[in-house]
Design a protein around this ligand. Structure first.
Ligand code: GBH
Length: 492
C-alpha cells in the first residue's frame, strides 16, 4: 500500500491535473468596440466618422476592401449579443460609444435621440442581465469634422472631447460605473498618425507621433477631471484609460546594450502615455532622446511638445485603475546605427532599437501576433513596479484565426496560457490584477485587416444577411472558466 502511494507521488504526481482558482473578487469579461460591431453607419441619424470616410475613400487600404458599414449589425442585433453574454456568464462587458452616433455633427448643438436610445436600451438590458458595462468613450471613430480640423494634432480636440465625455456622463452615468476615456492612444499615434496604416492615414512619423500623444493626454485628463469634479459625488464610478504595448524582451540578456534598449522600448511605447498619468510628465529618456535628436536634425524646437507645470499636475493622477491591453512580444536589440540616422525623423530611430521574433513562438492569423504568454506576466509586473502597484484590469487580450473553422484549438491554447500567467502574476508575484477581458466577443471589422483576421469567441458569417453568430469551441472553454473561477494550468 505504502509502496503504491509512493509510486503515485513519484511517478503520477507530475502528470496529475491541477486546477487553479482565481481570487473571489476576480472578474471576467469580453470586449468589442462600436465601429467594429455596430454597422448602421448612416442609419437612424448617425453622422460620419473618420473610419467611415477612410474605408469608403481608400478601400484599397483595407485587406479585403471592406468596411464597417454593416459589420456585425449589432445596432440591430444587440439583444442577441446580450443573450450570448448572459449565457457566457461574464461579469462585465467592455464596449464603446460611437461619438458621431449621438452627436452626428461632432458638435453638441444637435443630439441624435435615436442614438442615445440605442445605448440606453443596451445598458438597461445589460442591467437586467446582471452584467456591468465597462464603457470606452472613444475607440477610434472620431467624428469626421474633427479629422478635417487636424484630429489628434489639434490641441483644441481636448476641449471637444471633454465636452463629449461630460454629455456621456450625464446621459449614461446612472448605468455606467466604469469609464475608459480613450482606447490605446499608442496605436492611434503610430498606426494612424505616423505610419499611415489606420484612419486617417497620416504619415507624419516622428512629429505627429508626439503631438498626438500630447493631445490625447490633455483630452484624457480633461475627461477625468470633469467626471471627478462634476459627477463623482453622485455617480461614484471609476475613470481610466486603456494603454497597450508589446512586451519588450532583451534579445541578448547578457548584453547591457540590449537590456537598455528593451527598457527604452517600454518607455517609448507604454511610458509615453503611462508616465505622465501615473508619475508625472514624459519619461526622462523620451525627453532626452527626442530633444537631442531634434537639435541634431536642425529643428528650432524639439519634436516633443512640452507640458507646462500646470499641465503636468493636471494630467498626473488621472486614473482610478490601469487598463492594460496585451497581445504579443518582441525581442529587442540595441541599434546604434539608428542613432546615426538623422533623416527622415522617426519614432523608430528615436528609440534606436531593432524588433525581432523568436522562431519558436506560434503565430496566429495576424502577422504581428505570436503566442508568448510569459510576456503578459512580465508586462503586468513591469507596470506594477513602474507605476506604484495600481489596480490593473486586463482590458484586452486575444488571438486571431482566419475564419475558416469554428474549431479554434489555437485560441484555446493562447488564452489558456495567458490566463495562467495572469493568475501567476497575482498569486506568485502579488500584482493587483482584478479582471480579465478577452478580445473579442465576436468576429468583427478588424481595421485595416477587414474581415480577414477573426478574434471572436463567436464566429460571424459576414456573407449572411442576418450575420449568423456561431460559438467557436473556445466559447464553451471560456464559459467553464468563468463559471468555475478555475483554470487548468498544467503544461502552461
Ligand atoms: C487592439 O489593438 C484594438 O484595441 C482592437 O480594436 C483590435 O481589434 C484588437 O487589438 C486586435 O487587433 O497592421 O501590422 O501595422 C491591439 C494593438 C496595434 C495590434 C496595431 C495591431 C497593427 C499591426 N494593435 N497593430 S500592422
Amino acid at each position: 500500500m505504502y509502496l503504491f502511494i509512493l509510486f503515485c507521488v513519484l511517478f503520477l504526481g507530475p502528470h496529475l491535473v491541477f486546477s487553479e482558482t482565481f481570487p473571489e473578487y476576480f472578474k471576467f469579461a469580453v470586449s468589442t468596440s462600436a465601429y467594429q460591431v455596430e454597422g448602421a453607419w448612416n442609419l437612424s441619424g448617425k453622422g460620419p466618422s473618420v473610419w467611415d470616410w477612410y474605408t469608403h475613400t481608400y478601400p484599397e487600404k483595407i485587406a479585403d476592401g471592406s468596411n464597417g458599414d454593416i459589420a456585425c449589425d449589432s445596432y440591430n442585433k444587440y439583444e442577441e449579443d446580450i443573450s450570448f453574454l448572459q449565457d457566457l456568464g461574464v461579469d462585465y462587458y467592455r464596449m464603446s460609444i460611437s461619438w458621431p452616433r449621438i452627436f452626428p455633427s461632432g458638435y453638441f448643438n444637435e443630439i441624435n435621440l435615436e442614438g442615445v436610445e440605442y445605448y440606453l436600451n443596451l445598458f438597461k438590458l445589460l442591467k437586467a442581465a446582471g452584467i456591468e458595462p465597462l464603457v470606452t468613450l472613444y475607440h477610434w471613430d472620431l467624428p469626421l469634422v474633427y479629422h478635417n480640423m487636424g484630429g489628434w494634432t489639434n490641441p483644441l480636440l481636448a476641449d471637444w472631447f471633454g465636452e463629449y465625455a461630460r454629455r456621456c456622463y450625464e446621459l449614461f452615468g446612472s448605468y455606467v460605473k466604469y469609464w475608459i476615456t480613450l482606447n490605446e492612444p499608442q496605436t492611434t499615434c503610430t498606426n494612424a498618425y505616423s505610419y499611415g496604416t489606420f484612419a486617417p492615414g497620416y504619415s507624419l512619423n516622428g512629429v505627429a507621433t508626439y503631438i498626438c500623444a500630447y493631445v490625447h493626454l490633455l483630452a484624457h485628463a480633461k475627461a477625468y477631471h470633469i467626471y471627478h469634479d462634476e459627477f463623482y459625488a453622485e455617480q461614484q464610478g471609476k475613470v481610466s484609460i486603456v494603454l497597450v504595448t508589446y512586451w519588450g524582451e532583451p534579445n541578448n540578456s547578457s548584453s547591457e546594450a540590449d537590456v537598455a534598449a528593451a527598457k527604452n522600448f517600454l518607455q517609448f511605447s507604454m511610458g509615453l502615455l503611462a508616465h505622465p498619468i501615473f508619475i508625472g510628465n514624459w519619461p526622462q529618456v523620451v525627453i532626452d532622446e527626442v530633444d537631442q535628436k531634434s537639435e541634431l536634425q536642425g529643428y528650432t524646437r524639439s519634436r516633443l511638445p512640452k507640458f507646462t507645470d500646470e499641465q503636468v499636475a493636471y494630467i498626473k493622477g488621472t486614473a482610478d485603475f490601469f487598463g492594460l491591453n496585451y497581445y504579443s512580444t518582441y525581442m529587442i536589440s540595441d541599434n546604434t546605427n539608428a542613432a546615426e540616422i538623422l533623416y527622415p525623423p522617426s519614432y523608430g530611430t528615436d528609440i534606436k532599437i531593432t524588433l525581432g521574433l523568436n522562431s519558436s513562438w506560434p503565430n496566429s492569423a495576424s502577422s504581428w501576433l505570436y503566442n508568448v504568454p510569459w510576456g503578459l506576466r512580465k508586462l503586468i509586473n513591469w507596470v506594477s513596479n513602474q507605476y506604484n502597484k495600481p489596480e490593473i484590469i486586463i482590458t484586452e487580450n486575444g488571438y486571431s484565426d482566419d475564419g475558416s473553422s469554428i474549431d479554434d484549438a489555437g485560441r484555446i491554447h493562447y488564452l489558456n496560457g495567458h490566463m495562467c500567467e495572469v493568475l501567476r502574476a497575482i498569486s506568485d508575484d502579488g500584482c493587483n490584477v482584478t479582471g480579465y477581458t478577452q478580445w473579442t466577443m465576436m468576429d468583427n471589422f478588424e481595421w485595416n485587416a477587414g474581415y480577414t483576421e477573426r478574434f471572436g469567441l463567436i464566429h460571424v458569417d459576414f456573407g449572411s444577411d442576418n450575420r449568423t453568430r456561431t460559438p467557436k469551441s473556445f466559447y464553451e472553454w471560456f464559459k467553464n472558466v468563468v463559471k468555475t473561477n478555475t483554470i487548468n494550468c498544467t503544461g502552461f
